[in-house]
Design a protein around this ligand. Structure first.
Ligand SMILES: [Cu+2]
Length: 184
């Protein structure tokens, strides 16, 4: 298996390959058109040297910009190590009970870091879906009555997180939500 770093690089190449091909073709076209002019002014050899240097410069800039930006690929965030967090840091546990139509949470405020949600459904099928302060779904798990589910999340962004149910569970389903805070 490839490590996260290599996986990210392969993914990046796969996603940017079409654009790279178009970009390279445009570059070649530009060189062809410019060659006759620059060749006449600088001499054929000097013009070719400039072409090679330019192409290499662009290539290196492309590679550097892309490699440096890997940590900001959104779907790789959960895999990236959290700065300042050590493995010995205790995991905070939050117990969640889902019922028609709401949630009971035993802790409404957690510190930024690893949080373990332990969830159960009381009556019927619900879900525990956690939204970031920006409204993005971070994780979701279906809750079946009698089953115990765990979600371990790395919540680094301080703010107000929302818990919602994404399994239709009756009249009050759309209003079934709760909130908790992550403090820095
Ligand atoms: Cu529901």
């Amino acid at each position: 298996m490839l490590g996260t770093g290599w996986g990210a690089i392969l993914l990046l190449l796969y996603l940017t390959a079409p654009f790279l091909v178009i970009f390279t073709l445009l570059l070649l076209l530009a060189f062809r058109r410019g060659r006759s002019l620059s060749g006449a002014v600088l001499g054929e050899k000097a013009a070719r040297g400039m072409e090679v240097a330019w192409l290499m410069g662009v290539g290196i800039a492309w590679a550097v910009i892309n490699l440096v930006s890997i940590p900001w690929i959104p779907w790789l965030q959960p895999l990236a190590a959290t700065p300042g967090q050590t493995p010995s840091e205790p995991v905070q546990a939050v117990n969640v009970e889902a019922f028609m139509w709401g949630y009971t949470i035993d802790t409404y405020e957690v510190k930024a870091g690893t949080v373990k949600f332990v969830a159960r459904a009381h009556d019927t099928i619900h879900s525990l879906t956690i939204y970031s302060p920006r409204g993005e779904i971070l994780a979701t798990v279906m809750l079946l009555p009698g089953m115990r589910e765990e979600l371990v999340l790395n919540l680094v962004e301080p703010g107000e997180y929302v818990i919602r149910c994404l399994e239709f569970c009756g009249d009050g389903h759309s209003a079934m939500l709760s909130k908790f805070k992550v403090v820095g």
